[in-house]
Design a protein around this ligand. Structure first.
Ligand code: FAE
Length: 520
């Protein structure tokens, strides 16, 4: 026995002894009887929702397992908490708020809607609940530039994507655009107009960005005819009205078929191959995050759609622990943060306004810049007071990639990235901020981030089971049959724009092929 093995055995033994001593104080989870389903989809985000709907439309029954809560809309708009004074519903199992800055709020641990996974050099944000990231994201619905899409996914037929699947995804997601008249006149977009004017002064181009938030509803909010959601501090902890998240689009349509069942608070712990298909070991959680019961689910077809982080972690663990040993070496590789960098500028002379819509509608588009390509979303800072600060979530062409590693001592899968992962991306965004400040005045927002810029925040995790590498060109895992992914883990670390439209469109393309060929 080597030293490592000796330490490992002792840790396992001492954990076992402690657990047996504590056994009477903490009741063991109830073991429920196993169930069999023809098709199981893990997760309820974009990829999962597309797969479930399209299978159900063909008359195929689907069980969806989601680790987060169901968040049904209530008539009095009380489902989610606000950005300012958030409560326990805001945050997944932490006793304080977890935003990129201003985390002064504390509460009881609860299975709330926004999660942050902390790794060395990076903090990755994801949505938890029925609807996945669609519950917490900014709703920006952007189709990537075709030339860039062709460069990152050369084996995917771009004509098919741009003529069929991107338009289909936009239609299904109910993507719409702000009316220019409303944008120019409302106080709620002063922050974006200020940032736009300053971008133009510094020689940058800006573009309007479509969104899934219903802008017709937002105009009514501004006239106080309806409940105020985006105009009253609701976004990253969920919107109580106006946002057309997946529970109102794909998942609503899937449930309407009566072929889809969603079980929230079901966290998949492991995936095993069986003689006839796959077995999932699943923990049913309570709102404190403890396992109330454990259950095995068997299925013939399995779609692992737990997002880039969740899918990669499940599959890396399955390969490392030998429950799916034939997965190939590409599992857990090729992970990227879509080049995300956050930055802020203080003392913006024109001011950004005390009233701010939470929904971004504009970006600085300098993607064709040879040295410093960047697509920077002009983000709101809805603090309900004038902050004289402009905030940006930038997407850069960061070519660096991380990988997922299984740790047998902790039984956890960690994301490993080098310390200098975002060095070039930071230089690109610093170049943008410096130019904006030079031409308009303003200083780096050091109250928000060190030096006004942060490359350790990721809103757009992508990759880990990259298409054509870990899977075939349609998301079928290599080495297995009837085992798929349809989510952000397929994309090679970058989309050049906010990613959910691309994830949805690729999922539409893949599931069409899979249904035609594997379910005949
Ligand atoms: P995702 O939506 O993350 O869904 C995965 C689901 O699987 C989640 O519901 C998980 O709870 C569940 N899950 C994970 N592990 C397990 C397990 N073991 N057992 C059971 N269930 C599990 O995946 N993108 C845009 O395009 N525009 C934006 O404006 C935008 N803003 C964002 C703002 C924030 C704060 C964040 C966090 C993200 C934002 N994104 C945005 C990213 C976008 O939401 C993300 O790319 C998609 O949600 C990813 O979709 P997937 O289907 O891959």
């Amino acid at each position: 026995m080597d030293r490592k093995q000796f330490i490992k055995n002792n840790i396992v033994l001492s954990i076992g002894l402690t657990a047996s001593k504590l056994g009477s104080a903490f009741p063991l989870p109830i073991k429920k009887e196993a169930e069999h389903h023809r098709v199981i989809v893990i997760g309820t985000g974009y990829g999962a929702a597309v797969a479930a709907l399209r299978l159900a439309e063909k008359g195929i029954k689907v069980l969806m397992l989601e680790m987060g809560m169901d968040w049904p809309a209530t008539k009095d708009h009380t489902t989610f908490s606000k950005l300012i004074f958030p409560d326990k519903r805001s945050t997944w199992l932490k006793s304080h708020s977890i935003l990129p800055f201003a985390n002064v709020f504390t509460f009881k641990k609860y299975t709330g809607v926004l999660d942050r996974m902390d790794f060395d050099h990076l903090k990755v944000y994801v949505g938890r609940g029925v609807g996945g990231g669609s519950l917490v994201n900014g709703g920006m619905a952007v189709v990537p530039k075709r030339a860039y899409f062709e460069s990152i996914l050369p084996e995917v037929n771009a004509s098919e994507m741009y003529e069929k699947y991107f338009p289909l995804a936009n239609k299904m997601l109910k993507v719409n655009s702000i009316s220019p008249g409303f944008f120019e006149s409302t106080p709620y977009y002063k922050f974006a107009r200020t940032a736009r004017d300053q971008a133009h002064k510094a020689g940058y181009k800006t573009v309007f960005v479509p969104n899934v938030y219903d802008f017709g509803y937002m105009e009514k909010e501004s006239r106080k005819e309806v409940y105020q959601s985006a105009l009253n501090g609701e976004v990253v902890y969920g919107n109580n009205a106006g946002k057309q998240s997946l529970d109102k689009t794909y998942l609503a349509a899937a449930l309407k078929t009566n072929k889809v069942e969603i079980r929230p608070m079901h966290s998949v712990r492991s995936i095993h191959q069986t003689d006839t298909g796959y077995k999932l070991e699943v923990d049913q959680l309570n709102t404190e995050g403890n396992t109330e019961s454990a259950q095995d689910f068997n299925c013939d077809y399995l779609f692992v759609c737990a997002g880039s982080m969740g899918t990669s972690q499940l599959m890396v663990k399955a390969k490392a622990t030998g429950t799916l040993p034939k997965l190939n070496q590409e599992i857990g590789e090729g992970w990227g943060n879509n080049g995300n960098v956050m930055a802020g500028r203080n003392f913006i002379k024109q001011g950004t306004g005390s009233k701010q819509s939470c929904i971004p509608t504009m970006a600085i588009d300098d993607w064709d810049n040879k040295e410093h390509p960047v697509f920077a979303e002009i983000s709101p800072m809805p603090m309900k007071m004038e902050t004289w600060t402009s905030l940006y979530l930038a997407i850069t062409k960061n070519p660096n990639r991380g990988k997922f590693i299984y740790n047998s001592l902790t039984n956890k899968v960690l994301l490993k990235i080098p310390e200098d992962f975002s060095t070039d991306a930071l230089a690109t965004v610093k170049n943008l901020m410096d130019k904006l400040n030079k031409e308009n005045g303003g200083t780096p927002a050091r109250l928000l981030f060190k030096n006004g810029i942060n490359g350790e925040i990721c809103y757009h995790p992508l990759g880990g089971c990259v298409i054509g590498k870990a899977t075939d060109l349609y998301g079928r895992f290599k080495g297995y049959s009837k085992l798929y992914t349809c989510d952000g883990s397929l994309l090679p670390g970058s989309t050049g724009v906010n990613p959910f439209v691309t994830i949805t469109a690729i999922a539409e393309r893949n599931i069409e092929k899979i249904i035609a060929e594997d379910f005949s």
